[in-house]
Design a protein around this ligand. Structure first.
Ligand code: IPM
Ligand code: MG
Length: 358
């Protein structure tokens, strides 16, 4: 059956990198029999400019109809002064919430070819393979009440609410245990249970879910220590599971261990494994439009889509091998460039991946 994929380039470099991922999808359709139908829609700042909303109704309708979504990135200087309710980021958060994409998988894998690109010593990061499982539709990102109020003395006060229900913790913990079962069978749950009641409950519920997964080794870590351990000895981790905000922070940190945030894909899944796939980096307005952005994270996001939503693991592997092969050939965008390699632009990199796939 033909699957529907909604393409959401978004803002900034999103446009350029998604175009390369679409080349990969075209190649899979033409040469490898993948049956998909692509549609494109606006989200983020470009959608706001077009219609006044970062997540127009028409985009949301297409998103709900699609089997999976490929997103570039949202945001940019141009929209930073807008009211928070219509900022580009709301487009992304709205999609996550409306589609109930509660499970965000962020793998941090070091490609051996890029060991020198990491700011950490090669021996600290070589062989690195961590999966961060971030809760994506709850926590302080969505908790009510939220806002800025004026106190009796005229002073303003900003406030947000960190809130998790047992069922929300349970379902993300299950995802983490399931994934660990297909990897090295270790889960480290990250919280701040020494200070925040909400994450004390988090720990309790993760322990409870752990009772049903005796084959998985479960540990707990406070988030401050986890941040430290990620840069001190990152290879101690297999799967990390954590709240929305802690996951946001720790996944950027983990990404840099691999040399460039431009390499890392992500999947955001609902309970039925419908997913939105996106690079974990942002819209990089500073380099947008120059044709120098690294498209590999987005291309690898297509591989994740094939694996997690479209049941096409062999095609996913083909993409991953092609990425390996272009790195072996010494091709590098500027973010991963090092002495002796060949620097290429966004489109050249995409073309090289497609050539390697064939
Ligand atoms: C991410 C991003 C988003 C987040 C922003 C763009 C809203 O940083 O996907 O990690 O905070 O979740
Ligand atoms: Mg982030």
């Amino acid at each position: 059956m033909t699957k529907k994929i909604l393409i959401l380039p978004g803002d900034g470099i999103g446009q350029e990198i998604v175009a390369e991922a679409v080349k990969v999808l075209d190649c899979l359709q033409k040469d490898f029999g993948l049956k998909v139908e692509l549609e494109e829609a606006l989200v983020g700042g470009t959608a706001y400019d077009d219609s006044g909303s970062p997540l127009p109704e028409s985009t949301l309708t297409l998103a709900k109809e699609a089997d999976s979504l490929l997103l570039g990135a949202v945001g940019g200087y141009k929209w930073e002064s807008l009211d928070i309710a219509v900022r580009p980021e709301k487009g992304l958060l709205g999609l996550r919430a409306e589609l109930e994409l509660f499970a965000n998988l962020r793998p941090a894998i070091l490609y051996p070819q890029l060991a020198d690109a990491s700011t950490l010593k090669p021996e600290v990061v070589s062989g690195l393979d961590i999966m961060i499982v971030r809760e994506l539709t709850g926590g302080i990102y969505f908790g009510q009440p939220r806002g800025v109020r004026t106190l009796d003395n005229g002073e303003k006060e900003g406030y947000n609410t960190l809130v998790y229900r047992e069922s929300e913790i349970e379902r993300i913990a299950k995802v983490a245990f399931d994934i660990a079962g297909k990897r090295d069978s270790r889960v480290c749950s990250v919280d701040k249970a020494n200070v925040l009641e909400c994450t004390e409950l988090w720990r309790e519920v993760v322990n409870r879910v752990g009772e049903d997964h005796k084959e998985i080794e479960l540990s707990h870590m406070y988030v401050d220590n986890a941040a430290m351990q990620l840069v001190r000895a990152p290879k101690q981790f297999d799967v990390m599971v954590t709240t929305n905000m802690f996951g946001d922070i720790l996944s950027d940190c983990a990404a840099m261990l691999t040399g460039s945030i431009g390499m890392l894909p992500s999947a955001s899944l609902d309970i039925n494994s419908k997913g939105m796939y996106e690079p974990i980096h942002g819209s990089a307005p500073d380099i947008a439009g120059q044709g120098v952005a690294n498209p590999l994270a987005t291309i690898l996001s297509v591989a994740m889509m094939l694996r997690y939503s479209l049941d096409e693991a062999a095609l996913a592997e083909r993409i991953e091998q092609a990425v390996n092969s272009v790195l072996d050939q010494g091709l590098r965008t500027q973010d991963i460039f090092s002495e002796g390699m060949k620097q290429v632009g966004t489109a050249e990199m995409g073309d090289a991946v497609v050539a390697a796939m064939r």
